[in-house]
Design a binder for this molecule. Sequence first.
Ligand SMILES: Cc1ncc(COP(=O)(O)O)c(C=O)c1O
Length: 464
Amino acid sequence: MSAVPLEVVEDIASRQAALRQPIHPQALPDQGLHDLPVRPHVHISLNVRGLSQSSTLAINERSARLERAGRKVFRMGLGQSPFPVPPTVVDALKANAHQKDYLPVRGLDALREAVAAYHRHAQGIERSAEDVLIGPGSKELLFILQLCFYGDLLVPAPSWVSYAPQAAIAGRQHRWIDTRREDGWRLTPEGLDAVCRADPDRPRILILNYPSNPLGVTYSADQLAALARVARRYGLVVLSDEIYGELHHQGRHASIARWYPEGTIISGGLSKWAGAGGWRLGTFTFPPELRSVLDAMAVVASESYTSVSAPIQHAAITAFSGGPVMADYLARSRRVLRQIGPAIAARLRAAGCALDDPEGGFYLFPDLSPFRERLAAHGIHDARLLCERLLEDTGVAVLPGSDFGRSPTELSLRLAYVNFDGARALEGAAELNAEAVADAGFLAEHCADSMAGIERLASWLEAL
Ligand SMILES: Cc1ncc(COP(=O)(O)O)c(C=O)c1O
């Protein structure tokens, strides 16, 4: 991997030298001048100027406003887990409410050990507690990674909304890699190779998220092995975002770290498979070869958030340690998602949308280009306007594919099938046959709101 260019090193050195210069106090000028009201000098950093609030949060606020005005809204915009935090993990949090000390910057030792053991059991990937960094959500860790790593970010399009803005805020270049509907919008080894070949020695991080937000699809072992070969050829660092790994609908998630252990950082956390997004706990697990990146991130952590909330870290040990209660919770979660995801995909396909069945997580990414002419006849030429009209006409809140890196004129949508009572659905899942998919009785009883929203959306499209 190439070294940091000399001019950057010199620039940093000269700025550090300037900061070391003592400031000589001067006599204050006439006191009266300072009593006059003045406008504070405020200039927003160029890295942040022009960026707007994360679109997933914005749609949620807009939906809430419509609801306050008495409208029925089917909330399929924000991707929050519908399931409650497992009771054993909640109990662990209660039992640790008294924990009040600052914890080590890299995380509680027992939790780091539990995360390393989790990777060993789940994937056969040998890591030690020393390889683990705990942060306040994987999103924050990802941001710090971009602050610390000198190089570009490669992001397959479509991908989760925050990768690209984070790169801009951190002052990094990011490059979208186009994907095709025929490949299920997955990154292909050829696509990755084409981007790297032009400048093979450039330091880069590839973000690979699977099961994917926004797609709901994942990669097979063969596909991961092929991508790993290209990553190794170009010495890429792979940030493998596996936050939905435990929500692989068949429970068969595999990490690219199996094929590219020396270059892969595994990103995870409690937000999706333990239903605890608001607890803010994320994990990065590094190979020993990338220890210098972990060390640099720990420095930034120590100068910013210090450490993750102590009670949350203690409680997270229970989640990562697994056992029969966690296994049952996850099996039921998958069973519920297996009912609803394929049922929604089937209804949208019947209406004329192009999309495959989901394989993991709780998202779908329908392609509405078959409706292009009919939508144009209604003055709808892009996905953002399409989403606004859908919300207005049907009450269904979804996000445009353009928020995920697709072209604004492409008619793709991201839909999160999370608007059901997760606690009740988990109870109902106990009655379900483990192999059942799209069980009509279960859907009618537990996922009525989601199915009603999809029916409205599909009927709206059919009536165009
Ligand atoms: C793909 C993906 N990665 C990372 C995150 C961030 O998760 P957290 O910061 O809660 O760990 C999310 C959250 O929506 C996500 O969808």
